[in-house]
Write a protein that binds this ligand. Sequence first.
Ligand code: AMP
Length: 612
Amino acid sequence: MPEPPKNGYKAIDYSVTEKNKKALQFIEDVTANADEVQKRVLAEILSRSAHVEYLRRHALNGHTDRETFKKLMPVITYEDLHPDINRIANGDTSPILCSKPISEFLTSSGTSGGERKLMPTIEEELERRSMLYSLLMPVMSQYVPGLDKGKGMYFLFIKSEAKTPGGLVARPVLTSYYKSCHFRERPYDPYTNYTSPNGTILCPDSYQSMYSQLLCGLCQNKEVLRVGAVFASGFIRAIRFLEKHWALLCNDIRTGSIDPRITDPSVREAVMKILKPNPKLADFIEGECRKASWQGIITRLWPNTKYVDVIVTGTMSQYIPTLDYYSNGLPLVCTMYASSECYFGVNLNPLCKPSEVSYTLIPTMAYFEFLPVHRNNGVTHSISVPKSLNEKEQKELVDLVDVKLGQEYELVVTTYAGLYRYRVGDVLRVAGFKNKAPQFNFICRKNVVLSIDSDKTDEVELQNAVKNAVNHLIPFDATLAEYTSYADTSTIPGHYVLFWELSLNGSTPIPPSVYEDCCLTIEESLNSVYRQGRVSDKSIGPLEIKIVESGTFDKLMDYAICLGASINQYKTPRCVKFVPIVELLNSRVISNYFSPKCPKWVPGHKQWCNKN
Ligand code: AMP
């Protein structure tokens, strides 16, 4: 992820080398004194918030020490905060969670009741985020020198925003960041020198934004030293876009004029500062794009690229083979780990293999605690519906410096913006230590079974969606005997696949349109992040149902049992990833159907839209 210019330890006037040294020294200091820093961070948060309603409700009475905090404050999930969040969204400006005014809501890709979660934030969090970003290039420069001598081609986008009934803006954290002066008004810095001008990034129309960013990236192809996007899925989407639109782009480069479909005046103005007629470059790009194979297209078109900067940890690992193909095996670099709740940490060994990536949590970002996770046969002991922790479980939480190597934990944060002992929902494993600060492998998001882009679908949502869809089968006297699902990323964009085995009792054949209705009903029933991915971002393709021969799920069970599953305890997995199992299912498909159109989606929250 690209970094901003400003940095928290105020190194603005130093040379690049000097700045890098300062940033690395900062990392040394805060990791060497991780426990002291954490203690200070907690005391700072609690003393500032001593009078907020939430802390008074739990009778913290101004205490700022860890012991009292841990004794009195419950470990919570979003659902516990929902009533308070609703009050803030509806315009209550009293200090409910935080003593500082809530500046906006960040809409997380995690959902609650089918809608994006709303994370309150405060103005100063932007600085904390900027500080974390500013650590990334100094770390990277230790491994890849000369990155200040060229540009980064990053595909960065804003998404739609909404207003809560109380008038606060609600938007994704990156939209908030790119629109902030921290990003827009950054002074010149060789590390934030991107091929995409601000005008192209800040364009709300995703087609025009992508088109213009690619155009600018192609025009400056020789200067590009690194390429990337936030998540792997976004970067692959850009390559796919290029596959579809290279002829138009080459035409623009040849003539030095922009395609009339690009109508946004700020985009046109920004691009025209870069675009000059260049028939030679247009011929070269056309020659490469025309070739039958797109293997290594990144290094062919941007020959000085040293690495691809995208997150490929967690569910994004499914895109590694595609990225390897397009980049001819350039290093895939995961630089940071962050969320709407809080930015967490950085990867101090960025050239390591994707499977070995670990993130060092930066102790100044928030107060971190860790709830041990016990896994059974590689399957997280997950409860589908979040449950409160009992007293004994609450006591199991450990501090940052007390986590054990190899152990898995769920991350719990207390932030400057008003979250106290909040379960983020991520499972991390301790991979090592930087001084006293642990480094974590990202293992998974709790309960999520399907994900293509930033969508996160859990088992309960999938189950409800399928339940709604099978109503279409009732008139045909057919029932769903078994089902499972699979995130198919071999297509671009990827899409959800459901394998259905039916019990057919009636004699009337089921027409394809009924299965298509089933596909659409599932999509309509999934959460708003999924539907936004389908409708607005077009990052998810139409959902597919594959009908399998009867007896297929028995075969699946036989297979699992021969791999060591217990017959008594066997349950059909609601999502499959293991390639031989996917192949087994695919080998028994009788017919398949796709969703015929996009599900409904509107920006903002359902309840706000109803009110307006
Ligand atoms: P959001 O709240 O929408 O910003 O999403 C934040 C979530 O994205 C985190 O809690 C993680 O589950 C996931 N995430 C963020 N950074 C990474 C990363 N580097 N590797 C894997 N997952 C990540």
